[in-house]
Every structure is written in C-alpha cells, then in structure tokens.
Design a protein around this ligand. Sequence first.
Ligand SMILES: Cc1cc2nc3c(=O)[nH]c(=O)nc-3n(C[C@H](O)[C@H](O)[C@H](O)COP(=O)(O)OP(=O)(O)OC[C@H]3O[C@@H](n4cnc5c(N)ncnc54)[C@H](O)[C@@H]3O)c2cc1C
Length: 482
Amino acid sequence: MSDPKGPIIVWFRRDLRLRDNPALYWACKSDHPVLPIYVWSPEEEAPWEPGGASKWWLHHSLAALKKDLQEDNLDLVIAKGPSLETLKRVVKETRAVGLFWNRLYDPATLARDTEVKTHFKDQGLNVRSFNGSLLYEPWEIETKEGNPYQVFTPFWKAVRMDLDPAEPLPKPRKGMAEGFEHPSIDIDDLELLPKIDWAGGIQEAWEPGEDGARKEFDKFQESRLEDYPEGRDFPAKQATSRMSPYLHFGEISPRTIWSKLLEEAPSDVLSKRGNSTGEFLRELAWREFAHHLLYHFPQTPENNLREKFKDFPWREDEAQLKQWQKGQTGYPIVDAGMRELWTTGYMHNRVRMIVASFLVKDLRIHWIEGARWFWDTLVDADLANNTLGWQWTAGCGADAAPYFRIFNPMKQGEKFDPGGEYVRKWVPEIASLPDAHLQAPWEASSQVLKEAGVELGEDYPEPMVDHSEEREKALEAFQKIK
Ligand SMILES: Cc1cc2nc3c(=O)[nH]c(=O)nc-3n(C[C@H](O)[C@H](O)[C@H](O)COP(=O)(O)OP(=O)(O)OC[C@H]3O[C@@H](n4cnc5c(N)ncnc54)[C@H](O)[C@@H]3O)c2cc1C
C-alpha cells in the first residue's frame, strides 16, 4: 500500500542529468519527497547489453550524477536488477506513490518499460513517462501517406518546417525536493570498470557527466562551431562537437543544444545550407532520424532494412576481422581510425565511414560484425545511430549510400587528411614517410621506405588485400542480388 506521504521514485536510465530532465523536474515539483534510483540490469538490453567502453562511461557518469544530486539533498540509490523486481521491492519498502522516468526507444527497453508501466498502473501507482531525449517523439512525424520516413532529406524538411521543441526545463531548485533515504549499494559494486585497466586513453580524452557535457559544448560553441561546415570532415581538426556520448547517456539534452544555438541565430538558419548552426543542427537531426527508424523498424539492429540484401554473399573470416579490429590492415587511414577507437573510445565520423566501407566492401564481412565491435569499443555506442551508420555504409539501410559507391581508402586519406596529421598520430611507425606516400606506403620506392626507417611487413603490414581487386569482387557480389 502506498503512503499518501510516500515518495515519487525517479528511475534514471539514459538521462543522467539534472537540467532539462522532465521526470526529475516534475517529481520535484510535486509535494512528495523524491527518491532517485538507478537499476543496473544489462541483460534486459540483450543482445545489446552495454559494451566495455560504455560501462566505463556509465561508472563515471553515475558518480557525477550522484554528486550533483547530493548537492540538492537527493541521494541516488544504486541497485542491481531485474528492474521490475527491484522497483517492486523499493515501491513496497518506501510505500511510494509514484514512479517517473524518461522514455527510451530501443526494442528491448521499450518492451521492458511497457511491462513495468502496466504492472504499477494496475497497482494504482502514479506512473508517468516523459520525452527527455528527443526533439520529437518517433511517432509524431509521418509522411503524407501516414508512413514512417525512410529518407533523411524529406524527414528533415518535415521536421525543420514546424520544429518547435519545448523550452528546456531548468534544474530543479535546491530545496525544491525533499530527499528520501533508502539503502543503496556502491557504484563499484556494479563492477563496470575493466579488471585489466585498458581505459587510460579514454580517461584522458573524456570527462563523463553533466558538467563535462556543458564544458565540451561551450568550447564547441565558442571555438569550433564556426568552422563546423568546412572542418567537420577532417579528422585531424577536431572540429565537431564530441557530444555523442553525452547525448547517448543523456548528460545533455538535444532540446538544450537546440535552444542554445537558436537563441543567437537568425530565423532562416535551418532552411539555408552552409551556415554553421544550420549544418550542425542538421546532423543532430540525423540522430532524430536514427531513433525514428529504430522505433518503426525495430528488427534493424540485426536485420537488413532492405530485404534483398539477405542473399548477399558475406564472407566469414575471423583472421581478417581481427586485423581490421586491431588496426593492422596495411591501409593507414583505416588503421588510424581503428586505433583511435581502441585508445579513446571514439572515432571521427568521416573515418567511421571509411573503416566501415573497408569492412563491408573490401573484406565483405557482414556489417553486423562491425556494428558489434563498435558496440563494445565506442563510448558513444548507441543502438539507433550505430545501426543507421552501419546499414547506411553497407547499402542495406534507409537512405543508404548505394552499394556501388565504394570508398577508396587512399583517396579518402589524401582528401581528408591531406597533411597526414591524423595518420601520423595514430600510425606512428610510418610517420617519417613523406606526405606523397603516407596513405599508400607500398607504393613508395625501397629507397624512400629505407630513408623513413620503414620495412613493410616488419614495422607496418603490407596491405591485407588489394583494394582495386576487392572493389571489383564487391561489385560482382552486388550484381548477384540486384
Ligand atoms: C558506421 C558508423 C557507426 C556509427 N555509430 C554511432 C554510434 O554508435 N553512436 C553515435 O552517436 N553515432 C554513431 N555514428 C554517427 C557519427 O559518426 C557520430 O555521431 C559522430 O561522429 C559523433 O561525433 P560528434 O558528436 O563530434 O558529431 P557532430 O558532428 O558534432 O554531431 C552532433 C551530434 O549529431 C548526431 N549525429 C551526427 N552525425 C550523425 C549520424 N551520421 N547519425 C546519427 N547521429 C549523428 C550525434 O548525436 C552527434 O553527437 C556512426 C556512424 C557510422 C558511419
């Protein structure tokens, strides 16, 4: 039985922030005490339980949230799942009157949340869920025929025409919420950190948590946004926002980003191409599009959206997959990307497209293998964005790159890393090669290689496959399913 003075439980998930957090805000507005809780239940997200890099991030993000909540006299309760059983126990023990959360859209958590909602509604609890992570709910946008969008440009046109997301909510004021005490385990008990410490490079590159998100966004707005349209394709420039892990874990909301940028922008910023704010918000809209697709096509994390791809002759090659994962393909731009990923938990978008194209076209290994590796190693691993990115590259997804458009890794390297800064940083063993040979060391004469102190096959691998030959094979394979 609930107690009329019992608390409202705020169930934190991927909304690990105080500002613009509707579930927290509305719970704090009530005249009930508030009990924030995080329930660790990775098996409920199977087969996409958080990977190693995501767990590292989550550990630090929970620590930051706990500290931030404490400043408002709220104590974050940490518990282990299953979610429904844990919430039942806490509701019973605290005689709670309500349970609030912000919605998630991936199929496994949606199913789980529906079960939780039904259970507690039947018990007469005040159960409320909110939109905390998207500008638009996936079901709010449809084509004239009433179908989900599958092409980005018309989606964006429809969205930007009348997009007027609600103003971000303020942080609940100190003292607004009376806290409610309840026993908790330690964050360490969740064992999210790796046993062998491989996360030094990630630690150096990132500051998880709401403060970290705001600092990074402010830096972007002040010094990188202006160059975004030109700079965003050049991995050495670091011209992008680096908001992806913060958005995934909900340490900043898209509404906050949207309103901060539009505050100072002229009104036609969204309809004209080429201006920095408009170009950046267009990318943010790809995130919305990805969530729209995942919601309407929940089978796509494992299955091609375009069915004809089911007959594509994918190859299974464990050894080649490993070479790709380790950044030992012999193609410098590919290896640079894979090593950046392994060290920092992040890879620049242009390079994600290059390495993904290499896996699915040059090696013709199934995109799901790439998606799984990214899932384990990215700090921003996100089911909606990752699925869209991989299916887009493989040509089997919504608005996908045509399969016959095959990235040439050397040309991509020359175009987007013209001074070789990115390759030299991540593939130091060939750093002394002159620019002209950096993207294709095997084309350098033995004299040039000797002068640079590079012995191919010893210091750095020979190319694992011949790109031109593999390109032809990929086109042939595509003809078979066309
Ligand atoms: C094969 C592949 C896999 C990917 N996997 C992921 C993933 O697991 N998680 C992830 O967040 N992004 C993924 N992306 C999309 C994109 O690479 C990253 O969002 C981006 O590199 C993050 O850096 P940023 O925040 O500096 O981006 P910015 O350029 O500053 O963009 C701002 C925000 O817009 C959103 N965004 C930008 N580009 C895309 C896009 N193409 N699709 C969807 N949202 C986008 C992201 O939330 C990003 O943080 C993937 C792309 C590819 C090609």
